[in-house]
Ligand binder design. Sequence first.
Ligand code: GRF
Length: 206
Amino acid sequence: MNRGECMIPGAMKRLKIGVLGSGKGSNFRAILSEIRAGRLEAEPVMVMADVEGAGILDLGREAGIPTRVIREPKFRTRLSPEVEEDVVRDLLEAGVELVVLAGYMRLVKAPLLEAFPRRVINIHPALLPAFPGLESWRQALEAGVPKTGCTVHFVDAGMDTGEIIAQAEVPVLPGDSAESLHARIQVEEHKLYPAVIARFASGELP
Ligand code: GRF
């Protein structure tokens, strides 16, 4: 069986996506689910993670998609230029048209951004520009805001600073814990991210 055949109905041209993550991959699961339901004209052709054993790699393997572990010996918050260049080469060889960061915990730098101009997107669990960085749901809770949400944005070399594409709001409820708030945000993430990718697939974006 060729890659992707197991889950791709029909023979239309689909947007080839490369997915980068570091964790469990629930956003990637939501993307796969929309593809399988025939509501998203995309084809994941490569899944990469910078964490060995990340759940997102298992999801890729189960779907018959090529996967790769990114090994970075020097830095924790970004990749060395030569490692990022390797990543770019693999993504280009796989025919990736849109790079989808799905819980990828490193900053992206010039090699990837120059190879995919306005073609790298990320989902962030807050209403940017509020609460960039780590554990944004906890930041929102501690700040006492009445609502927060999630943002899909173009990626630039900063931390969660790229142009905003779409957002979805969720209320912060009395008695919320960091976990309950993050779970409510993730419900919205799982709808918003596939919907934005569909806009790239249809040619509406960029
Ligand atoms: C999500 O909350 C996303 O907004 C953030 O990292 C988390 C990834 O979750 N960038 P998952 O691995 O997709 O479940």
